[in-house]
Design a protein around this ligand. Structure first.
Ligand code: GRF
Length: 218
């Protein structure tokens, strides 16, 4: 079965408006900064960051967003029901007119409510070649398993952990000398590169979903 992309761009108006990204993060936010830099440098045209949202009040990524003068929002999740928390986040994303949600180190599984609120409009970056090594400490899982190539994946988000259709992947070699830190660094460089590329593909509507496959011209 194949389906056309859900439009992320709004219908063309006289002056076409940038697509508004909602970034969700829980930590240092280097992927967020890479996207912000791609927008600033013109590598990612036709997009703007509408809001940076976190479930962790003192996340470094939030502080960096504030420094860049971007709107931020915090919704602490501890002790709250997943649906209630997600409902608040969805309302905030809508209030900021977000078109496309980018998870960037957001350490929470999204509820079905959240996924349904932004159909085919939520992306995630994961530091492994999915479906290998989902979940936490993927780089350590790769080292412990003994694979010779590791990497990262940008995928659509569904209700399951690290499971939606894959948009882009990049592989890196695992060296004999690697530890978790050196391997993570090598993967992270690729994360920063392919997240921008994937967002560009989605913004431009330059893809088709066929079953689990996301097809796009090179
Ligand atoms: C990245 O490795 C990303 O793949 C994973 O969480 C980490 C976030 O890093 N989902 P950063 O906060 O973007 O620096």
């Amino acid at each position: 079965m194949s389906s056309d992309p859900v439009a992320v761009r709004k219908p063309e108006t006289a002056v076409s408006k940038p697509v508004r990204l909602g970034i969700l993060l829980s930590g240092r936010g280097s992927n967020f900064l890479a996207i912000a830099e791609s927008i600033r440098s013109g590598k990612l045209k036709g997009a703007e960051i509408a809001v940076v949202t976190s479930n962790v009040a003192d996340a470094l990524g939030l502080a960096n967003a504030r420094e860049l003068g971007l709107p931020t929002a915090v919704f602490e999740s501890r002790g709250r029901k997943r649906e209630d928390h997600d409902a608040d986040v969805i309302a905030s994303l809508r209030a900021h007119n977000v078109d496309l949600v980018c998870l960037a180190g957001y350490m929470r599984l999204l509820s079905p409510l959240f996924v349904a609120a932004f159909p085919q409009r939520i992306l995630n970056i994961h530091p492994s070649l999915l479906p290998s090594f989902p979940g936490l400490e993927s780089q350590k899982q790769a080292l412990d398993y003994g694979v010779k190539f590791a990497g990262c994946t940008v995928h659509f988000v569904d209700e399951n952990l690290d499971a939606g259709p894959i948009i882009l992947q990049s592989a890196v070699p695992v060296l004999d000398s690697d530890d978790e830190h050196t391997l993570s660094e090598r993967i992270l460089k690729e994360e920063h590169r392919i997240y921008t590329q994937a967002v560009k593909i989605i913004l431009e509507g330059n893809y088709k979903i066929a079953g689990r496959r996301v097809l796009h011209p090179a």
